[in-house]
Design a protein around this ligand. Sequence first.
Ligand code: PLP
Length: 439
Amino acid sequence: MTTHVFHRTPERPAIATRARGIEITDAEGKTYIDSSGGAAVSCIGHGDPRVVEAIAKQAATVEYAHTGAFTSEPAEALAERLCRSTTLPLDKVFIVGSGSEAVETAVKMARGYHLARGDEGRHRVIARRQSYHGNTLGALARGGHVARRTPFLPMMPEALLVDPCFAYRHALPGETPEAYGLRAADSLEAEILRLGPDTVSAFLAETVVGATTGAVPPVPGYFRRIREICDRYGILMISDEVMCGVNRCGPFFAIEEDGAAPDIVTLGKGMGGGYQPIAAAMCTAAVHDAYSDAGRSFVNGHTYMAHPVACAAALAVQDVIRDDGLAARVAPMGEKLRQRLESRFGNHPNVGDIRGRGLFQAIEIVADRDDKTPFAASDGMAGRIFDACRDLGLLVYPGSGTVDGIRGDHLLVAPPYNVTEAQIDTIVARLGDGVDAGL
Ligand code: PLP
């Protein structure tokens, strides 16, 4: 069958014709368990009638009004809800259409903050070698996702990337997690001093790393040290929670567990739960007040920013999370998922690590579990296992990343927060069969 859609893969993928709860059905009538909601997007499951109704209602009321002239009721209500949902002192929300836009917004917001304070030299953004912050050129320029960056390197400024926090690969034998965390964080200070503190605007990091290495949480104390270093040099701390935020790891923002309050936080996927394209950058009152005190606007408009229908959908998704008590389910159901993964893969010769937080878990696939030798890129292991799982009626999120020359393959499992125990059993059983079939 011919297609005029420019697909991301050489072959046209299956056509999705129906999505309900945790399942997606294709045009051939095959039904899949959507165990990771794409890239951890689907947080309340598919097809919730409450969200569908909110979308229809808003579309019939005000489908679009330019943000230069108007705000909208759902945008105002959504921003208020997000600020109340987190324990972090975040006070303002800049609403955009995708995680990449949210990251670019955060980076520009930080630069504007320094300009407003007369600190014109501060423009550099430091990130980490293990990171993914989005696919637009500006966001890609900040991250450390080697495969996605490589074709476009000549078009991007040199990235300023410091050590990741990835204990499985980089902690030294006998080193405690805390000591490792301080060592990893201190590479930020070394880079700030190398560049000159007065030139650095912000440090950008995912709290729990998603796409490059698969659900890698920080070790205890790491982000506290990062916060100290940022404060010491007047640098803004940006937490990218596009994948791990909005209760995916339990708390509204994952970093709430790490004892460090960022100046700016990005969120995306779970914000709209897949019902509409929507994301945001949230900031503290101090960041926002720097603009207002200087009488400056934030020059960062997008045609579809704070789109009323998208905001209504995201608000309805947040209502579902609240009304169905879904946030409180994440920790216990995440624990059950983790236990099932441990019992299925704990002794598997090709599973080197099982990790994550809440309903954000991953398994790392290796050629040799004992010495952590990865598979070669040419083996395409994550893709092979993804294909095998899909044949078995399970969708997982595969990923391959290279950090400091060491590659890795992982499979991410990030089901909706209303996943049942029986569904978790089926997910892990099919994943087990898929791993064995794909190897
Ligand atoms: N930041 C993180 C941590 C992500 O995982 C992603 C997407 O996977 C992005 C940013 C970019 O989001 P989007 O694909 O919505 O542009």
